[in-house]
Every structure is written in structure tokens, then in C-alpha cells.
Design a protein around this ligand. Sequence first.
Ligand code: THU
Length: 134
Amino acid sequence: MKGEYDKLIEEAINAREFAYVPYSNFKVGAAVLMEDGSIYSGCNIENASFGATNCAERTAIFKAISEGKKEIKALAEIGDIETYTMPCGICRQVISEFISEDIDVILIKNKNDFVIKKFSEIFPLSFSKKDLNK
Ligand code: THU
């Protein structure tokens, strides 16, 4: 059966292959569905100066925004463990900047095993652009 997020899930899984993770060896892939139906994917990219590391979610989001897209409609993510990988706090903050309504966050174990959470469930009581009337 074809699911609403099949393509998004596939793109996140494929993007994980390109993860640059010589330090953690923990590969992550992510993909965002944008307002016009386009999909952007990304992987985590580490650095010898650890703080310069970019998570997979932010790689995908920054690709989309830098190509003129405005709004995230759904985000999918896959890590490298037996269980689901959750977006880190920094990525949740970045996601909140580019949504105008609640979105689905698809947490993937493999293409046949994923769960869908509402963003509001994983990032409640946030400080975001709404607090600045933006
Ligand atoms: N990482 C992500 O890419 N996304 C997450 O949601 C969690 C953490 C990356 C950062 C780092 O390269 C590695 O996973 C271990 O923390």
C-alpha cells in the first residue's frame, strides 16, 4: 500500500548514505517536504572542531530555504540505531522557525517501520517567532 510519506521516507534513508561522520560514526538522514511539494534531503556533516557539526535535519532545511522555499510541511528522519532517532534541541528550534502550522515528524527505523509524531508534541512551550509577533 502506498503511504503519504513514502517518498519523503525514501529520501531520508538515501541521504543517510552520505553522512560524514568520522567522529561519532553515527549516520543520520533527513528529508523535508516543503509548501510546493518539493523535497530536500540532508545528512549530518561532522567537523574536527565538534561544535561545527551540522545535523541532518538542518542540512535538509538549509538546502530548502537557500533555494527559496519558505515553509516545512513535514520532516522525516532516520538515525543509526535500533530505535527511532529524535531531532536534537537545536534542530527543533530551527524547525519551529519555518512552520506556520503543526507538522508531522516521521521517525524512521526502516522503510516499513516508522512512527509519526506531531511537532507540537515533541517541542511544546517553545520560544519562537510567534513570541516576537512574527
Ligand atoms: N545528529 C543529527 O544529525 N540529528 C539528530 O537529530 C541527532 C544528532 C548527529 C550529530 C552528530 O553528527 C551525530 O548525530 C552524533 O550526535
